[in-house]
Ligand binder design. Structure first.
Ligand SMILES: [Zn+2]
Length: 693
């Protein structure tokens, strides 16, 4: 459930082939303009052929060069916030949305040539961005000089503007702009290489379309509708590694060899290419951190986060895993009391491909939680609309379906979004799996929402939610499984943050917050899925029209924490992997780090996959900060408890939350935002209490 944003702190040593496109007639006022896409013409944002991709790339480069030239030409005596910092903000924002647009095409476009052309452009823009923005010494010097003259002249600026200057200069310092020329060249070169490797790593996962073929008998236990929806090769059924297929087989297929074969393939995504890519990333990140004066890449990555140091993160993770230890044994023992006939244990532990099958069996038999049955109450069209209705009520929003066509796939749904009857942005939903599509779920803020001083939107947000939900099957509409609904709540949480996080500076908009805070709004909205009134309002049986019955809702609530310790330990394990891979030292035994972290789960399953790290996509984008999910979860639970006291449909508390947290984006320290909303310091009490730990 990744959230994507562009990080400008990248660098390169790259002689950009400047095609001398500076046009003297361009006016400086053009450089301050931001994109203003209305829903009706949202297709204009996305290139429709390779020429348009190339034109957009060229435009991004031209505009950025023009704007940078304006910044360079400003005389010292004319330095002020608007001339320097605001122009810098607009310049990066205009570049950034074009980059995001092209990046989106690499993730979702069904046509290979389009994806490849977009990938080429993304690489070109990334190189430019490193060279001309994040590692640009001349630019940094101007920003720094401006700040010194500002302090000397006592220019009056707002707090958020001062925060922006501080954060920007800090990130430049962190990126090595205070180092000597020789060191900076090395840093540039490494960062450039890292940028390319990250794109490779992601591409190797996204484009891995492996599958297995099985006979009808080998699908025993799986319902006919699902089987009939599978692609076939003569008499064999094709099982891909997309999420709906994988989870369906893991949970329901009674034939162990099928579960095992698919589990192996699923965990081989990105292998072998990504093993080598990851090794290179580890070496270069470590080298980069050393040049920048940090003990390790993890230290560098966490230094400007809420957690501040890897030690703080490790203490935090240890605290959680200590509290989980007793509970995890109880959870696993409960499962072992009555095993399905076909299941045998190894050294009294579950084989990893059996675990979900056993949980599903147990939930059905003892918890009244039959996920197939429950999904019948969540027909996609109804549930998505009802879920958006909740957001409408809670946040004062309105989502209006638009008939815009001609995006990259017919699957894409387009929604026009209003707040208090004013248009604020466009939400795009691309929810079903396709070949070569980004395989996970994520939100991409393509165009950042920017407002003026009077709170009027001057650049409406364009937001995309990507997911891979269960498709409609023969004679059945698309039905969402419970965890898919939760995923939708999660990604919409990011989307709402992007839509309501309108700030005066594009660089502070919406989800441009600390990496260990960004998963707070998304995980908080997941909590809505535990509320009776919410479950009633988003459910409607696809045949009978009935709401989810009370007894099932009670089971959901009772069972909410049934496997919480196992789940949290899994999150701790992944957090440790992302920390330890980027701990001090160039040479790492990736396999050992992977296996040692999985030892935390030794009560749960016997062994782990061999090369699962090759498809651990967060390693590029989140770096050492996978712990951010757990870190943000503490705040999510704390805030949720306060909101729940007022009611999950309560417009007033919704507005307060929107104003005090979401609308601030990254314009303030998140600790201050939390304190302001809670009227007290944050506390982990709600988290541990709710988890029963
Ligand atoms: Zn997320």
């Amino acid at each position: 459930m990744k959230h994507f944003y562009i990080i400008f702190v990248m660098s390169l040593f790259f002689v950009f082939f400047c095609i001398s496109i500076f046009n003297q007639s361009t006016k400086i006022s053009d450089s301050y303009k931001l994109p203003n896409f209305k829903t009706e013409n949202i297709t204009d944002l996305f290139p429709k052929n390779i020429d348009e991709i190339n034109n957009l790339t060229k435009l991004a480069l031209e505009e950025a060069q023009n704007s940078l030239k304006f910044i360079y030409d400003i005389k010292d005596q004319e330095y002020n916030f608007k001339n320097i910092m605001l122009l810098f903000d607009r310049t990066t924002a205009n570049f950034s949305y074009k980059f995001s647009t092209l990046y989106v095409l690499t993730m979702v476009h069904p046509d290979q040539e389009m994806r490849e052309a977009a990938q080429k452009s993304v690489m070109e823009l990334q190189k430019f961005s490193i060279d001309q923005f994040s590692q640009n010494q001349k630019l940094y010097q101007i920003l720094k000089n401006y700040n010194e003259s500002r302090v000397a002249s006592s220019e009056k600026i707002a707090d958020f503007e001062e925060y922006f200057i501080k954060e920007t200069l800090d990130s430049y310092k962190k990126a090595g702009l205070e180092k000597d020329d020789q060191t900076r060249e090395l840093i540039k070169s490494i960062t450039q290489e890292l940028g390319v490797l990250a794109l490779d790593f992601d591409k190797n996962i996204n484009s891995d379309n492996r599958f297995i073929k099985v006979s009808k008998e080998e699908l025993k236990g799986v319902d006919d509708e699902f089987v009939e929806s599978l692609k076939k090769d003569q008499d064999f059924y094709i099982l891909g590694v997309d999420y709906p297929t994988v989870f369906k087989i893991f949970e329901e297929c009674e034939i162990e060899s099928t579960r095992k074969a698919l589990w192996y393939e699923f965990n081989l995504r990105g292998y072998p290419a990504n093993k080598e890519v990851l090794n290179k990333i580890i070496v270069l990140r470590d080298r980069l951190a050393k040049f920048l004066g940090f003990d390790s890449y993890a230290h560098m990555d966490i230094a400007d986060q809420m957690a501040k140091t890897p030690t703080n993160v490790i203490n935090f993770l240890n605290d959680i895993s200590d509290k989980c230890k007793l509970k995890v044994s109880q959870e696993i023992e409960a499962l072992k009391k009555d095993l399905p006939i076909s299941i045998d244990l190894v050294e009294n532990k579950f084989k990893p491909w059996d675990f979900k099958f056993v949980v599903n069996y147990y939930n059905k038999k003892y918890m009244m939680l039959d996920e197939n049955l429950i999904s019948q109450y969540f027909p996609t069209d109804y549930t998505l609309k009802a879920l958006l209705d909740i957001y409408e009520q809670f946040f004062g929003l309105k989502f209006e379906r638009s008939n815009v066509q001609n995006l990259w796939s017919e699957d894409v749904q387009v929604l026009k979004v209003y707040k208090d009857n004013k248009f604020i942005g466009t939400l795009l939903l691309d929810l079903w799996p396709r070949d070569n599509k980004y395989p996970h779920a994520c939100q991409v803020g393509i165009v950042s929402s920017v407002r003026d001083k009077n709170y009027d939107i001057i650049s409406p947000a364009v937001v995309l939610v990507i997911a891979n939900f269960t498709k409609p099957q023969k004679d059945k509409p698309a039905l969402l499984r419970r965890k898919e609904v939760t995923t939708f709540f999660h990604e919409c949480g990011h989307a709402i943050h992007s839509l309501l996080g309108s700030t005066e500076l594009a660089n502070q908009s919406g989800t441009s917050v600390k990496g260990d805070f960004v998963e707070m709004p998304s995980q908080m909205l997941e909590e809505w899925m535990t509320d009776k009134e919410v479950l009633k309002s988003i459910s409607k049986h696809y045949i009978t029209g009935e709401k989810l019955p009370d007894n099932i809702i009670e089971s959901i609530q009772k069972n909410q924490n049934a496997l919480i310790a196992s789940h949290l330990l899994g999150q701790v394990a992944y957090s440790l992997i992302s920390l330890n891979l980027f701990d001090k030292g160039e040479s790492k035994n990736i396999d050992l780090i992977w296996r040692e972290a999985h030892d935390l789960l030794s009560e749960v399953t016997y062994g782990c996959s061999d090369y699962g790290y090759c498809s651990f996509g967060h390693l590029t984008n989140y770096g050492s900060k996978y712990y951010g999910y757990l870190w943000s979860k503490i705040y999510a639970k704390d805030l949720f408890n306060k909101i729940k006291e007022h009611g999950l449909f309560n417009r007033e508390i919704g507005e307060l939350y929107a104003q005090k947290i979401l609308a601030k984006g990254g314009s303030q320290d998140p600790n201050e935002l939390l304190k302001d909303f809670l009227s007290r310091e944050t506390s982990s009490e709600a988290f541990f209490k709710d988890c029963g730990l």
